[in-house]
Design a protein around this ligand. Structure first.
Ligand SMILES: *Cc1c(COP(=O)(O)O)cnc(C)c1O
Length: 376
């Protein structure tokens, strides 16, 4: 027998996310001012870098963004529902057999290999002008994109170009987050050479970091992602406004004696009599296990009652322990900031040996989510 369906009560969550859509919109406007001679699009793949694809797309659309980039057809369909009139590119290209799905939703494939070029050219009379594609050329990453050789070959194929009627030529920067690296300038030079083979075709090269590298990289359209969401785009640089605040509930405060061990593996021993707060979030919530600490190495810090508090011992699936000995009284029911305005997401990521992108996109589904709307 199927059990009766419970009424939709909201049960208390261990963690909560506050997502500031006004800050997201402000960050987009900041980048649009930086790239004032180009159009500023937005990348909303990875569920809008973890904040919710529909919410991100709708907020950016209201801020004036007209061109969106997603990775997958499914993300494109979701973005289309949130922004009915926008231009939407699917970065991972044309999956085998996905032509009708893309055309029906008016999604534009970013064609990144010769088989994709041929498949879309064969299909495109049916797609009409609703889905003019982008052509992706690889200029030094060996990920997606036609080789230089293939790009030149395509430029000399009027039959294919007439069938495709591409709307954009794009490439992607590999090392833009390291401004001292000469690789970006080399990619730009190569991209300009290819661009000369496609006269009149609008061009796009810059992600967030590329947008911040300077006007040379802006071309006709910039494609920022991470900077919109308040994390670091360029190594060591100050991010834009904080968009995501992740917090975890304090479920108990306990005392530990000097010499006692904390958590799985007894990885860390207390050096003094300590007060420990136990937080109801762990690696199942995307708070990485590698953010934990041991006797050999420190871990991440949270922010609680106005002060930083270090993680003690390993992060477990649903729980994280922090040292609050030096804090004012901490109560059961308090909320600890895992990252947000007081704890940089990139700092937590660095403690876990990763990047802000991975923390944001891996937040998990157990948080209560609260959106601060534009104008609220
Ligand atoms: C993800 C992605 C972007 C956005 O990159 P950020 O570093 O998040 O700004 C832009 N272009 C392509 C092709 C991408 O895959």
């Amino acid at each position: 027998m199927i059990p009766p369906v419970a009424p939709p009560v909201r049960l208390p969550a261990g963690g909560r996310l506050t997502i500031d859509l006004a800050a997201l919109a402000a960050n987009w406007r900041t980048l649009a001012a930086v790239a004032a001679t180009a159009e500023t699009g937005a990348v909303v793949k990875g569920d809008g870098y973890g904040i919710g694809l529909e919410a991100a797309t709708a907020a950016l659309s209201a801020a004036g963004c007209r061109t969106f980039f997603v990775a997958l057809p499914d993300e494109g369909v979701r973005a289309r529902a949130a922004a009915p009139d926008a231009t939407i590119y699917v970065l991972n290209g044309l999956f085998d057999g996905a032509e009708p799905v893309l055309a029906a939703a008016g999604l534009r494939p970013v064609l990144g290999s010769w088989p994709e070029v041929e498949a879309w050219a064969a299909f495109t009379p049916a797609a009409g002008q609703k889905s003019p594609p982008a052509i992706h050329v690889d200029t030094g990453m060996n990920r997606l994109g036609l080789s230089l050789h293939e790009a030149v070959a395509l430029a000399r194929r009027p039959d294919l170009l007439a069938a495709l009627r591409p709307a954009l030529l794009m490439s992607h920067l590999a090392v833009a987050d390291q401004p001292a690296d000469p690789g970006s300038a080399a990619q730009l030079a190569l991209f300009r050479e290819i661009l000369a083979e496609f006269p009149g075709l609008p061009a796009s090269l810059a992600n967030s970091a590329g947008t911040l590298l300077g006007t040379d990289y802006h071309l006709d359209l910039v494609r920022p992602g991470i900077a919109l969401y308040g994390a670091q785009a360029i190594a060591g640089a100050q991010p834009l406004r904080t968009v995501v605040t992740a917090e975890a509930r304090v479920i108990q405060v306990r005392e530990g004696e000097a010499g006692e061990a904390v958590g799985y593996g007894a990885a860390q021993r207390l050096r003094r009599p300590s007060r420990l707060a136990v937080l109801a979030a762990g690696y199942a919530d995307g708070y990485h296990r590698a953010a934990g600490s041991s006797d050999a190495r420190p871990g991440a810090q949270v922010f609680l009652r106005g002060r930083p508090a270090p993680v003690v011992g390993r992060v477990s699936m649903d729980l994280t322990i922090v040292d609050v000995t030096d804090l004012p009284i901490v109560h059961r029911g308090d909320w600890a900031e895992l990252f947000g305005p007081n704890v940089a997401v990139d700092g937590v990521a660095a403690a876990a040996g990763t990047i802000g992108y991975e923390l944001l996109t891996g937040l998990g589904r157990r948080y209560e989510r609260r959106y601060r709307e534009i104008g609220a």
